[in-house]
Design a protein around this ligand. Structure first.
Ligand code: GRG
Length: 296
């Protein structure tokens, strides 16, 4: 089993976090607000988070040999959509979480209507930011189309719907489809947008999309493992939620030990496949190898 190269990965993650946080300082929703709504959205956007999706976007752009700044607007856009999805997921009518990223969730601090609208704002503004990508209109349109698809009914929103209406006899295929939607699509599209911004060709994008789905599934698998045995302090949110709600996931179906073994196997497999894609995918491969060992 290959071991993750943790110190340099942590450095790369922290470089990507600082990079996107600087990018988020110039997003257009900060200008001339007519209400306090943008400042509420910024409460969540600026409340930390691992910034994994911006890391993937940046790393994919570099992997295909382009300067990462070509992917900065895309990285801001994916983090904005991810943050909107967390704000809405935390609402009492959805997953009902009071804490997020170690702080009161947006609705806990400011109220439900505020959180609903702040999420809406982030979703819309994400596309506005992406459209500001300094590349030709054809490439930007391709990126917008991919982001819209990932955030839409086939993926993020559709996967969330499935998660809200779990059936007790949900089988492995149903769970796989739900995870590809609610979690993997935003991971996959982060890689795709970074690679698109870097000028990747169709062959690279196709191979990358397949690994993005696998990486996203692995991310959720490790999230489910941490939901069972991680600490609320490290995760910055309540744990053991799925189990408490009787929801089925890969861990409840196969047990903790088998899930941990599957995560290790998937990580090795994904990192090997990534290294076969044209370009230098070592940073993304390092993240894949690290995921089974993450604590938050
Ligand atoms: C409301 C449309 C809509 C979608 C919600 C994000 C989401 C979909 C649900 C949250 C619950 C959950 C377990 C989602 C899976 C994705 C996931 C593990 C999100 C947490 O991502 P991290 O760990 O969070 O990257 P940080 O805070 O580090 O950004």
């Amino acid at each position: 089993m290959r071991k993750p190269d943790t110190p340099s990965l942590q450095e790369d993650l922290s470089t990507a976090a600082s990079w996107v946080e600087k990018g988020l300082l110039s997003i257009s929703m900060r200008h001339a607000p007519i209400s306090r709504l943008p400042s509420l959205a910024l409460y969540s956007l600026e409340s930390g988070g691992k910034r994994i999706r911006p890391f993937l976007c940046r790393s994919a752009c570099s992997a295909v040999g382009s300067p990462p700044d070509s992917a900065l607007k895309a990285a801001c856009a994916v983090e904005m959509i991810h943050t909107y999805s967390l704000i809405h997921d935390d609402l009492p009518s959805m997953d009902d979480d009071e804490m997020r990223r170690g702080k009161p969730a947006l609705h806990t601090k400011y109220g439900e209507k505020q959180a609903l609208l702040a999420g809406d704002l982030l979703l819309v503004e994400a596309f506005g930011e992406l459209l500001d990508t300094p590349l030709g209109p054809g490439r930007v349109a391709m990126m917008v189309a991919r982001l819209a698809r990932a955030a839409g009914p086939q993926y993020l929103v559709g996967g969330q719907y499935m998660d809200m209406y779990h059936s007790e006899d949900a089988g492995a295929d149903w769970i796989h489809t739900m995870i590809l939607g609610k979690t993997a699509a935003m991971i996959r599209v982060s890689l795709e947008l970074g690679a698109c911004a870097g000028g990747a060709d169709d062959d690279v994008l196709e191979a990358l999309s397949a690994e993005g789905d696998r990486l996203g599934f692995l991310f959720q698998l490790t999230d489910d493992i941490l939901d069972q045995c991680g600490s609320a302090e490290e995760m910055g949110k309540e744990v053991s939620k799925d189990t408490g709600q009787g929801k089925r996931n890969p861990v409840s179906m196969m047990g903790l030990d088998a899930a941990a073994k599957k995560a290790e196997e998937m990580a090795s497999d994904i990192s090997a496949r990534l290294m076969d894609i044209r370009g230098d995918w070592s940073k993304v491969a390092a993240l894949a190898l690290f995921l089974p060992h993450r604590r938050k």
